[in-house]
Design a protein around this ligand. Structure first.
Ligand code: SR1
Ligand code: MG
Ligand code: MG
Ligand code: MG
Length: 390
């Protein structure tokens, strides 16, 4: 079964049977369960069994757009390799890749049936207090271990080549840093906030900051990023967390991953109507950052590179990562409000006036973060965010 074809349920079952070596007599059922923007996702299991296997297959185009936006199927191989690499250093928090087939553009993943998507949990009003601590640890583990703290010059260059992901990262560059800052046809701007979007498009000082963030996204290959770490890429269960969906990964600035996650918590913050719920999200951001900083310091301090061991250097680097993170968080908040791909936290709000207020808040807070990234520390975030509350 090595010839690529777009899987139907039976194809997914046949792939699982072969990849997981289940034998011809085991009865299996499969169905497509994907709701993401890019790929097909199947669940395959024995009848009556809640847990089985997950098959993710890349299509030769972007699923949510259709065949008019072709996209390399090689993203499945790249994603599998990134998850395997991250899984070496963060096995507790990275979804397990059980098999992958480059020709079929298919990945066999552990079934996280006992988990729920963090974004959905947040939408349901559930609070997973451990999740920010765990995510901070995950990010520190995968960032430090793919960086110059752990790899020598040749090793890091080789990794940058191995995980080169030009097509997907070019999409990220376009949808984070280009489209939302001009009147692009791919944008999805609600009529009520068009004037707010137009203000951003005319804001030269903002565009200067965004140009710098875009430059660093392309040129500052610090670590092997997840590349799309929003709350929909995180599965949570009581005391447990797994990161999924790394197809946008590749080498880039560490602050990008941190910032995208911060932004998604802040987008949820913008959708909340009560101060206690808002404060929970701010606390999530602060806990995430403090966990990242602590763990990063610990792993980075154990470097074998004598030139990088000074605590003052690691501290200065972390301050820069925080500043970068706030800038990237601002871009994510803006692009998820007026760009091609939005978030359910705000899009699903039922009161149109509250939704418009939340969208305006997301744009305003996003801009503030980009413009003041060098002035806001994690303790001040609460004040900054509440000041721009609807
Ligand atoms: C056109 S692709 C838009 C977005 O979908 C994915 O989930 C990524 O976030 C990407 O930026
Ligand atoms: Mg079906
Ligand atoms: Mg997904
Ligand atoms: Mg994704």
């Amino acid at each position: 079964m090595s010839q690529y074809r777009i899987f139907n349920d039976e194809d997914a079952i046949a792939y699982v049977r072969q990849a997981a070596e289940l034998g011809p007599n085991m009865v299996l059922q499969g169905e497509e369960i994907g709701d993401g923007n890019l790929n097909q996702v199947f669940k395959v299991c024995q009848p009556g069994s809640a847990k089985g296997f997950i098959v993710k297959q890349a299509l030769p185009y972007i699923r949510c757009i259709g065949e008019t936006w072709p996209l390399t199927r090689d993203r499945a191989r790249i994603e599998a390799e990134i998850l395997l690499y991250h899984g070496q250093y963060s096995p507790e928090y990275t979804v397990a890749v059980l098999h992958h087939d480059a020709a079929l553009s298919a990945i066999l993943l552990e079934d996280l049936t006992d988990y729920q998507v963090w974004r959905q949990a947040l939408l349901n009003g559930q609070h997973f207090a451990d999740a920010p601590v765990q995510l901070g640890t995950y990010l520190a583990q995968v960032h430090v271990h793919s960086s110059d703290f752990k790899l020598d010059y040749q090793g890091q260059r080789a990794a940058q080549l191995q995980f080169a992901n030009p097509e997907l990262m070019a999409i990220s560059e376009a949808v984070y840093f280009v489209d939302p800052f001009c009147d692009h046809e791919r944008n999805n701007v609600a009529p009520d906030i068009r004037s707010n979007a137009e203000q951003l498009w005319a804001d030269s000082a903002l565009k200067v900051r965004v140009a710098r963030l875009k430059h660093d996204f392309r040129c500052n290959g610090q670590a092997l990023l997840h590349g799309d770490l929003h709350t929909g890429s995180v599965m949570v269960a009581a005391g447990q967390l797994k990161v999924i969906d790394a197809e946008f990964g590749g080498y880039g600035p560490m602050g990008f991953d941190v910032g995208v996650m911060i932004a998604n918590l802040l987008l949820n913050f913008c959708s909340q109507s009560t101060v206690p719920q808002q404060l929970l999200r701010i606390k999530d951001v602060q806990v995430l950052w403090r966990s990242y900083k602590t763990q990063f310091f610990q792993y980075a301090s154990q470097t074998a590179d004598a030139a990088l061991t000074e605590p003052e250097y690691i501290g200065a680097l972390l301050r820069q990562v925080w500043q970068d993170a706030l800038g990237y968080a601002g871009c994510e908040m803006i692009r998820r409000t007026i760009g091609v791909a939005h978030v359910a936290d705000i899009d699903n709000m039922t009161d149109p006036n509250q939704k418009t207020a939340s969208q305006r808040q997301a744009l305003a807070l996003g801009r503030i973060l980009i413009m003041n990234a060098d002035k806001i520390d994690d303790a001040q975030l609460e004040h900054t965010a509440l000041k721009h509350s609807a």
